[in-house]
Design a protein around this ligand. Structure first.
Ligand code: FPP
Length: 263
């Protein structure tokens, strides 16, 4: 009986959410969508903890949210989606959790890559990838190869990613040219820095989404977020669904972006 009641409410919640998503979809201006959306997928641990489950269950549930969000980005013709999957600081977590996250990445890629490919998604890992464990690297290489030519959505998966490390890598690359004598220090400008980022050639994020109530950047896309609109929600990442993304888009479209200029 208790299970029946629980199922009823679970079902009700789901259908309300779908309806809400349909309503939100109607008010979105398809001509004013962000070109690039970035997401800090936070709150997996708390989601699991609140259910008395191991943290790994929260990470696994997080892959469902990711699935939903990618699907909507494809439907809306968003050009780039960048998701923060593993930071340069996440190595500080217990070894078991790091191993689980790496195994989940392999499982996710093996399970999802064909469908992502069919939907025209190009999987593009960003970060210091060479430091990832070999099985993760192998799975990434296969996914990148398979989806290389796809043009619908670039899915940047930030892995062993740190905004500061990225900027250090840029400085090193540019400094090497100065050292060789092919570049003068006073020729370095913002566009040259952008061209050396892991996201070279892509527009900077227009919208950054961070679920789970924390309001910080956490070393994510430090250069690229200069003029990005931030959207925060207390919803934990595993509970994040298309209705949340649509709400973020509605709010984004109400913002006035001035890029330091005047209206
Ligand atoms: C942060 O939540 C989340 C992570 C460090 C991992 C994000 C990974 C996924 C969503 C898995 C899916 C992604 C791929 C590409 C396989 P947290 O653990 O810090 O949560 P907490 O702040 O509640 O503890």
């Amino acid at each position: 009986m208790i299970k029946k009641i629980f199922d009823f409410f679970r079902h009700k919640k789901k259908s309300d959410q779908v309806l809400e998503a349909q309503e939100l979809l109607k008010v979105i201006d398809k001509q004013k969508l962000p070109r690039h959306i970035a997401i800090i997928m936070d709150g997996n641990g708390r989601w699991a903890q609140r259910r008395g489950m191991p943290r790994a269950s929260g990470h696994r549930a997080g892959t469902e949210a990711l699935r939903d969000v990618i699907k909507l980005c494809c439907e809306l013709n968003i050009q780039v989606l960048t998701v923060y999957a593993f930071s340069t600081e996440n190595w500080k977590r217990p070894k078991d959790e790091v191993n689980i996250l790496m195994a989940l990445l392999v499982e996710y890629l093996n399970k999802e890559k064909n469908e992502l490919h069919q939907n025209g998604v190009r999987i593009n890992p960003i970060g210091r990838l060479e430091e990832l464990p070999q099985p993760a690297l192998d799975a990434l290489i296969k996914a990148v190869e398979l989806t290389r030519e796809n043009k619908n959505l670039i899915l940047n998966v930030a892995l062993n990613y740190g905004g500061r490390t990225e900027i250090i890598d840029v400085i090193r690359a540019i400094a090497a040219d100065v050292e060789k004598g092919s570049l003068k220090a006073n020729q370095i400008d913002a566009s040259m820095v952008s061209e050396h980022l892991y996201t070279a050639g892509q527009p900077d994020p227009d919208l950054l989404i961070r679920p789970s109530a924390d309001s910080r950047i956490s070393n994510f896309l430090l250069w690229q977020l200069a003029y990005t609109e931030f959207w925060f929600t207390s919803t934990l990442w595993p509970d994040f669904r298309r209705a949340h993304l649509l709400q973020a888009l509605v709010d984004f479209q109400r913002r006035e972006r001035r890029f330091g200029g005047l209206k």
